[in-house]
Design a protein around this ligand. Structure first.
Ligand SMILES: Cc1cc2nc3c(=O)[nH]c(=O)nc-3n(C[C@H](O)[C@H](O)[C@H](O)COP(=O)(O)OP(=O)(O)OC[C@H]3O[C@@H](n4cnc5c(N)ncnc54)[C@H](O)[C@@H]3O)c2cc1C
Length: 474
């Protein structure tokens, strides 16, 4: 190990890789970030994030003993306890560290169930249709991280693609790199995989997230091609929870219209009405929220066959709520709202069998009136998102697509973000952070803990463990 070129190499220059290298540099490690993209402001999810810092929709600054039950509840006990603790115990200190290196936050009310106050990376994006990232929180924060890394003697190398891991005697000792097209090997006793998941790799999405990757919308940068997961698997790592993703429902027009992603999303009205498939039947519990619903839509035989049905009243009242309301943003930017006075004409307009659509809504309305929504199949829960009666027109419908923001599953890690093998062993020197990791999010609720905290907090944990390991070995 002695004589290695670097102490720590991070694969990927997003909010997992850059802070891992920067924190390691703080602690005296010679750090390198490999970033495949060549652009100064390379496009990645961290660059275009909305920047809302939260832990399972809670304030990141809450005490660990408040965050732990919140994560457990959100993930229905699916999250690995050691990862729950790692997030909860490092959330507040991660924010302190970011503030210390010049990252700025603003407090914002965010959400459409209740406008909870959250810390948001500053300057916050404007909640308009389409992307809005230049000079916004993600962009500003990446530049602050790079400046800090350089001030501490670290290096961010653009145009450097990690192609493989160097494994010697079961330990990771470096990275194979295509650097400006030239193949080379770079050695380090600690390597952090932080390449952002696999949402931009259709072949990896097929059979995990969806059966039809060409019929879901990448609601993200096209940078996450699953290289880290592939390299880790080749090195013997365990993978976990590959089927779930963080995302939202979008208008089907977003498949070809960039003004309709990442905002406006359609969640707010979808959870107030019903979702039907091509046969006019409900197929999911609408009360579970937009992340869950987008996963259910992605897993339909045809993910482009789902339609949200609501009354005109829901569209006019609920649809105008929230931070980026679909009414009027969707209409103003090319999305289609289908309107009909009654269910026969609505069924014709969305091309589903009228008899079945009427039966679906009749059953739903009876259950609503008799307070028996939990008796429906699938059930219609009464938790987070209130049900509304759908017994009088005029009706509205929105044809949907699933917007895939980032995969939730990936490389199995322990509480120090060390990469695990299927038998629970550790691949020495190999860490993973951010969207390339699994074991925290997903499960039966498709629980969402937060992409930002998963990137930043795991980055801190990995860097601090690598620094401690170096101290022990010297
Ligand atoms: C529109 C949008 C809004 C979001 N809003 C929020 C929010 O409000 N709150 C929240 O908590 N989360 C949010 N997220 C999620 C959050 O931004 C991400 O989960 C997080 O930024 C991921 O960081 P990462 O470093 O893991 O991945 P990334 O930011 O994707 O970075 C990975 C980097 O690795 C590079 N790379 C890939 N392969 C290689 C390779 N082989 N070699 C070298 N480099 C490679 C890529 O080019 C990329 O730059 C949002 C995401 C999006 C897209």
């Amino acid at each position: 190990m002695s004589g290695a070129e670097y102490d720590l190499i991070a694969i990927g220059g997003g909010f997992a890789g850059l802070p891992a290298a920067a924190r390691a540099a703080d602690l005296g490690l010679k750090s390198l970030v490999l970033e495949r993209d060549t652009e100064d402001r390379y496009f990645c999810n961290s660059r275009i994030t909305s920047g809302v810092f939260h832990v399972a929709s809670n304030d990141v600054r809450l005490a660990a003993d408040q965050l732990i039950p919140a994560i457990e509840a959100e993930t229905a006990g699916h999250a690995k306890p050691e990862l729950v603790r790692a997030i909860a115990e490092n959330a507040a200190s991660t924010v302190d560290w970011l503030r210390g290196i010049g990252v700025k936050f603003v407090a914002r009310g965010v959400g459409y169930v209740n406008m909870r106050q959250h810390m948001v990376l500053a300057p916050p994006r404007r909640m308009r249709a389409g992307l809005d990232w230049q000079g916004r929180g993600g962009d500003f924060t990446l530049r602050a991280l790079e400046a800090h890394l350089m001030a501490k003697g670290g290096t961010l190398r653009r145009g450097a693609e990690a192609t493989g891991l160097i494994i010697e005697d079961g330990r990771c000792t470096g990275v194979e790199v295509s650097d400006g097209g030239a193949a080379k090997e770079i050695s380090a006793p600690a390597v952090v995989i932080a390449d952002g998941g696999f949402q931009a790799n259709p072949e990896m999405l097929r059979g995990t997230v969806t059966g039809a990757p060409d019929r879901v919308r990448l609601r993200a940068a096209p940078s996450a091609t699953g290289d880290g997961i592939r390299m880790a698997a080749e090195a013997g790592a365990a993978l976990t929870g590959l089927g779930d993703f963080y995302g939202h429902l979008l208008s089907i027009a977003a498949m070809s219209n960039d003004a309709l992603w990442p905002y406006p999303n359609i969640d707010i009205v979808a959870v107030a009405g019903v979702l039907v498939d091509a046969g006019g039947r409900r197929f999911v519990d609408e009360s579970r929220g937009g992340v869950y619903l987008s996963n259910a839509v992605a897993k339909l035989d045809d993910p482009l066959s789902a339609t949200a049905i609501m009354t005109r009243q829901i569209w006019d009242q609920v649809g105008t709520d929230g931070i980026a309301p679909p009414n009027p943003l969707m209409l103003d930017h090319g999305g289609t709202l289908i309107e009909a006075p009654d269910l026969d004409s609505l069924a014709a307009a969305i091309d589903v069998p009228a008899d079945q659509l009427k039966a679906t809504l009749a059953e739903y309305n009876t259950a609503f009136a008799e307070d028996k929504l939990m008796g429906l199949s699938p059930v219609r829960g009464e938790g987070r998102h209130a049900a509304h009666p759908l017994d009088a027109g005029p009706y509205c419908a929105i044809r949907l697509c699933a917007g895939v923001t980032n995969t939730m599953g990936g490389i199995d890690i322990d509480n120090h973000c060390r990469v695990l093998t299927p038998d629970g062993g550790i691949i020495g020197g190999l860490y993973a952070a951010g969207s390339s990791t699994g074991g925290l999010e997903g499960g039966p609720n498709v629980g969402y803990v937060g992409g930002l905290i998963k990137a930043f907090a795991f980055a801190m944990v990995a860097a601090e463990h690598a620094a401690a390991a170096k101290a022990l070995n010297s």
